[in-house]
Design a protein around this ligand. Structure first.
Ligand code: AMP
Ligand code: MG
Length: 597
């Protein structure tokens, strides 16, 4: 496990103190802790211990209760609490899990004693008399070395050197370490920069490469609002008016000029959509309805329920705050303010907002045109009877749905037979009409090579192995001015690669600014397996747990052809590259379908 993975949930700096036994780790910590406390630092210590260590004493209730079968024994007093938990694991204790048990809101840092082999930043301690080799020579995460006078460091050692007896100097080093520390930024979809050397691309690297090839469309059109749903604004929506337009009443009641009077003469009334012509003087009130403009001179409204009106005069119960129940002109949006920025996608709320400003004809980018086709001699249109040994074409329809939802114009080229000339004709025709061409099937390694050969004749294309499942083979390139995506054939893989790679590209093309699917954390309620080195996208069902926390389970069998799993699911569970096993209770990343389709 890398340091980033091990420490990804830590909100305070973690520093290991590592040395061979006999060097004096604990002796140093006993002197260091008071010094760190003196400097105002609260420190948690995690210590590696022998598998059957004991902190409790026979005869104590907590000891006996645990021995009698309490799986978790939590004992608390007004000063102290201790949790003893039986948690057998294979090999060494799980440091990530132990770190998660610490209340990080109450401390400034964590010191870890032992766990010498784990990937975390460490301070190495060394004494010549112990007669052991250095750790730093093969551990790049050692930050500094503290040794005794007899130690001879190799001449090429560039680490900061401290004296193992200089508690002050070591405390200084720790304070510098804390000052320089930054929390691990989570990257559930792997690194996005290309400087990381890898055999297969991470999902983020794939997305970054694709986005670097996408130039947003430049043509715009002006549309009536009702046709603008799902389109992307090409200009900032600047408000030509104040919203609300006039200072008005938030209540049915009486408008007055705030002052000393305790009885008011009712001089008139005003309804929404109308105005009161006169000016309200001290000791006068105007009956007013919700939304009606506040008469000149008035600044305060008292609700009707608190008023007693008799013989043209009105009195009010309770205290009156100046300005109460009044909505100021421009309180929501001022004239000239940017109500929506260009690049915003217009949904129902945006339609309402634009209408409320009188912007009935927004300027939007034109829709991306996307051509889709399926490949494979076994693939059969669902409108026709199913032939022997064939399958119905699912992919063109899930693609159609996702594209329509994204506001794209879909050009459906149907099913193209597995033959190179047919493919060349189809691709040429598609690329001349569309901004983006998407095919499914025919890009895996063992496949008949028609698409590959056709693309080689028409454009530039890369075949990428993305470290993910499902959806590994992905072809991406250009044919003429069009972008080309060759998605895998399996129906689930098609949808997931569309969500991860095609959707960000289409959104950028459509003029939408800075889009990425949202990732949220949920607690796994069942074990989930993956393999380290690839991102696993499992179909998940997220629900709210009894305590209000988001929980997630899989839809069951995760075969990449099982489309019903996509129907049952409401999210994708993203199991990071570094993780091979998710245990019940672990937090996992989740991408809600609300964002993806
Ligand atoms: P391929 O990548 O062409 O080897 O296809 C992988 C699997 O997906 C095969 O089992 C195909 O039959 C299946 N498949 C390919 N295209 C489609 C499609 N349009 N609809 C449903 N299944 C498909
Ligand atoms: Mg095929």
């Amino acid at each position: 496990m890398s340091a980033d993975t091990l420490l990804s949930d830590c909100r305070v700096p973690v520093l290991g103190i590592c040395a061979y036994s006999g060097t004096g780790k604990t002796t140093l910590l006993l002197k260091l802790l008071p010094e760190l406390n003196r400097r105002g630092l609260k420190v948690a210590v995690v210590k590696h211990a022998h598998h059957n260590f004991e902190v409790d004493k026979p005869g104590k209730d907590s000891f006996e209760l645990r021995k009698a079968g309490a799986d978790q024994m939590l004992i608390g007093s007004s000063n102290r609490r201790a949790l003893m938990m039986e948690r057998p694991v294979e090999g060494d204790p799980d440091l990530k899990e132990l770190l998660a048990m610490i209340d990080q809101s109450r401390i400034d840092m964590i010191l870890v004693e032992g766990f010498k082999k784990l990937a975390l930043p460490k301070l190495e301690l060394h004494r010549a008399e112990v007669g052991k080799p250095f750790v730093f020579t093969h551990d790049p995460l050692i930050q500094a070395i503290a040794c005794d006078e007899a130690t001879r460091l190799p001449s090429d050692c560039t680490l900061p050197q401290l004296s193992i007896n200089d508690v002050d100097g070591i405390a200084d080093f720790i304070q510098r370490f804390i000052a320089q520390w930054t929390p691990v930024t989570p990257a559930p979809l792997g690194p996005s920069c290309d400087s990381v050397e890898r055999k297969q691309l991470s999902v983020n690297q794939g997305v970054a490469r694709i986005l670097s090839k996408v130039t947003p469309l430049s043509e715009t059109e002006s549309l009536p609002l009702t046709q603008a749903l799902g389109r992307v604004l090409a200009q900032d929506a600047i408000s030509p008016i104040n919203v609300p337009q006039h200072t008005n009443s938030a209540m049915d009641g009486y408008a007055i000029a705030h002052g000393d009077a305790d009885e008011f003469k009712v001089v008139g009334e005003v309804f929404a959509g109308h105005a009161y012509d006169g000016t309200v003087a001290a000791g006068e009130a105007v009956k007013i309805m919700t939304g009606a403009p506040l008469p000149a001179g008035a600044d305060t409204v008292i609700m009707r329920e608190l008023a007693t009106e008799q013989d043209g005069r009105v009195r009010f119960e309770g205290a009156i705050e100046p300005g109460q129940n009044v909505r100021q002109a421009g309180e929501d949006i001022r004239t000239g303010a940017t109500a929506l920025t260009q690049g915003a996608r217009i949904s129902a709320a945006e339609m309402g907002l634009l209408a409320s400003l009188g912007l009935a004809q927004p300027t939007v980018w034109r829709r991306p045109k996307v051509a889709i086709f399926s490949t494979g001699d076994e693939v059969c249109a669902p409108e026709a009877p199913l032939k022997q040994n064939c399958i119905f074409d699912a992919n063109r329809f899930s693609l159609h749905g996702m594209l329509a939802q994204l506001g794209c114009e879909v050009i459906d080229l149907g099913i193209i037979e597995d033959n190179e000339d047919a493919m060349v004709t189809a691709l040429e025709q598609a690329s001349s009409q569309a901004d983006v061409v998407i095919s499914s099937g025919g890009v895996s390694v063992g496949d008949a090579d028609f698409i590959k050969d056709a693309l080689a004749r028409l454009g530039t294309i890369d075949f990428w192995k993305i470290a993910m499942r499902p959806g590994r083979p992905l072809a991406f390139g250009t044919i003429g001015n069009a972008l080309f995506f060759g998605l895998p054939g399996n129906p689930v893989a098609v949808m997931i690669s569309f969500m991860q790679f095609v959707q960000p590209a289409l959104r950028k093309l459509a003029g939408e600014s800075h889009w990425a699917p949202r990732l949220v954390k949920a607690v796994a309620t069942e074990p989930m397996r993956s393999r380290t080195g690839r991102t696993e996208f499992s179909r998940g069902i997220a629900t709210l747990g009894a305590a209000g926390q988001l929980e997630v389970r899989t839809t069951g069998s995760q075969g990449s052809g099982i489309l019903s799993s996509m129907v049952q699911a409401n999210c994708l569970i993203v199991i990071e590259e570094a993780i091979d096993l998710v245990r019940p209770g672990d937090a996992v990343w989740v991408q809600p379908f609300a964002d993806l389709m």
